[in-house]
Design a protein around this ligand. Structure first.
Ligand code: SIN
Length: 521
């Protein structure tokens, strides 16, 4: 997370400088973090929203604004993932398939905004969608928007840019159609992930964990920032990724894990949270034509000329490397700028920063071309001043920083304090394995009965392999914290501690290993 003009990790102190005190949950602090609070924010506005939701589980009101897509698709057969009609079933019927379990999560209702493929929606419809979401948020605590996955990242970023409410907006869909029957309860498609995605999206919205995050995408158990996310595969269920900075977090059944957050969370308490793009103040006629021109070897200028002839007021170039254009494309751009067209320079590489700006050209930073187009479109709709638009690209489009807590912890086992087996004798063991991803480091805290820790040598083993031998010393506080070496293999780990006879002779029945914190590296 070191790129310029991108999501950057900032320390808690830097975020505090933005008016937001952020506390990391540290293993050695003994803080009793629930598995759902890996991002701890002291913003009163954020805390209030999360606390209210936690105090009354199932009481939150969530509206699902449905637009269609594969999620609502009817397949030609139960074993057919690619041959189906998107946007067939009604959202109210899909939600009924999730009841009664869904009733314990939230009071959920549906607005059937549309029922089509994602590519069929116009920018004028996008504006109406924003207003439908805002309307729902007047009475609901959160909104889930369902769309097709093909342009879901554009739906998400549009909503992120335009929704003025701080309440959670979660977008979801599915890569496999829901069912093959006349109703969604009839002939469920084998392995469809739609029901789980919809259920998790409602859960995320109800829990308020993404309050002030703007729009997030929830699919395949992962939570992504609208600005970062993109579809990366035509068919796989893990198609969505945030290539530069990774997902914001995960929903792992009982645990909602958030490891970092969009920069705008830092403005949760102030007036400056919402963007200037309140689309209820403009009309459809104010939405200009803005296009994208893709660069390649010997690309001609015809695309740009054609767009200008068609009335485009803005064009995003997806250039080679750091924004390069062929000579003919560059000449067409110069001519178009002479005619008052604004350009945003981005890259076709998929990731990376583009800094080149100049007369009529705005640097896109590391905003993806399709998303730069939406920001350019809104910028042209809300100002005639390119300097102002340039400012929006370097602030809203490329936020200065993204909050990452000083310490990132993975969810602890579902029971906050793992039970221990092998009480007094030679072995203490975490009864329930801890789930980890990627590289990790384990911090084990050994607690003593009546504040006594046995002295002697203890051997720590992870999944049966010895990883560290530690000489324990008597601790007056009755707690010793030991960091085990970094581990590379993900999976489920079990940690065991073997005490030497010298140690076990003093080991009390209630000595325990507790608070195993797993920190991602
Ligand atoms: C669409 O984007 O509408 C079709 C593809 C999908 O929903 O996954």
């Amino acid at each position: 997370m070191t790129k310029k003009n991108s999501m950057r990790a900032v320390s808690a102190a830097a975020v505090t400088g933005l008016g937001l005190a952020v506390l990391a949950v540290g293993a050695s602090t003994g803080a009793t973090a629930s598995p759902e609070t890996q991002v701890v924010v002291s913003s009163p506005t954020y805390q209030k929203a999360v606390a209210q939701a936690a105090a009354a589980p199932g009481a939150a009101k969530v509206t699902v604004v449905a637009t269609g897509g594969t999620l609502a698709g009817k397949a030609n057969g139960r074993d057919t993932f690619g041959s189906y009609r998107a946007g067939t079933y009604l959202m109210s019927d899909l939600l009924d398939q999730l009841r009664p379990e869904l009733n314990g999560v939230a009071d959920v209702d549906a607005v059937q905004f549309g029922n089509g493929g994602s590519s069929s929606y116009t920018i004028e419809k996008y504006r109406e969608l924003t207003m439908a979401v805002e309307e729902a948020l007047k009475t609901s605590d959160g909104v889930v928007v369902t769309t097709g996955t093909d342009t879901m990242e554009e739906f998400a970023y549009w909503l992120d840019l335009t929704v003025q409410s701080k309440k959670p907006v979660v977008i979801t869909g599915a890569m496999r159609p829901w069912a093959a029957g006349e109703t969604p309860g009839d002939k469920p498609v084998i392995g469809t992930e739609g029901p789980a995605n919809l259920y998790n999206a409602v859960k995320l919205a109800a829990g308020q964990r993404t309050y002030c995050f703007g729009t997030v995408l929830m699919l395949n158990d992962e939570i992504h920032a609208a600005r970062e996310v993109r579809k990366t595969n035509t068919t796989r269920m893990d198609t969505f990724g945030s290539p530069s900075n990774g997902p914001l977090g995960y929903i792992d059944e009982g645990a909602t894990v958030l490891n970092h957050a969009p920069a705008r969370l830092g403005r949760c308490d102030g007036d400056g949270w919402a963007t200037p793009f309140d689309v209820s103040t403009i009309t459809p006629a104010d939405l200009p034509k803005v296009e994208i021109a893709y660069a390649y070897q010997e690309a001609s200028g015809s695309m740009i000329e054609g767009f200008v002839n068609d009335g485009a007021k803005g064009i995003v170039t997806m250039g080679t490397g750091a924004g390069g254009l062929s000579g003919t494309m560059g000449a067409a751009r110069t001519a178009a700028i002479g005619n008052g067209v604004w350009f945003v320079s981005t890259t076709r590489t998929g990731t990376g920063n583009v800094t080149g700006s100049g007369n009529g050209v705005i640097a896109g930073g590391d905003l993806q071309g399709t998303k730069a187009r939406l920001l350019l479109l809104l910028s042209r709709a809300f100002t005639d001043d390119i300097a102002k638009a340039r400012g929006w690209f370097s602030t809203i489009g490329n936020p200065a920083a993204v909050y990452v807590p000083g310490e990132v912890t993975e969810p602890e086992p579902e029971t906050p304090e793992p039970t221990v087996t092998g009480t007094s004798a030679t072995k203490l063991k975490i009864a329930k394995p801890v789930k980890v991803r990627k590289k990790f480091r384990v911090t084990v805290t050994v607690t003593g009965a009546e504040k006594v820790i046995p002295t002697g040598t203890v051997t720590f083993r992870i999944n049966g392999t010895t990883v560290k031998k530690v000489n324990l010393y008597a601790s007056k506080k009755g707690v010793i914290t030991i960091k085990l070496p970094k581990q590379k293999s993900p999976g489920k780990i079990g940690v065991e501690a073997y005490f030497t006879p010298a140690a076990t002779s003093k080991l009390a029945p209630s000595n325990a290993i507790s608070w195993v914190h797993v920190k991602r590296k």
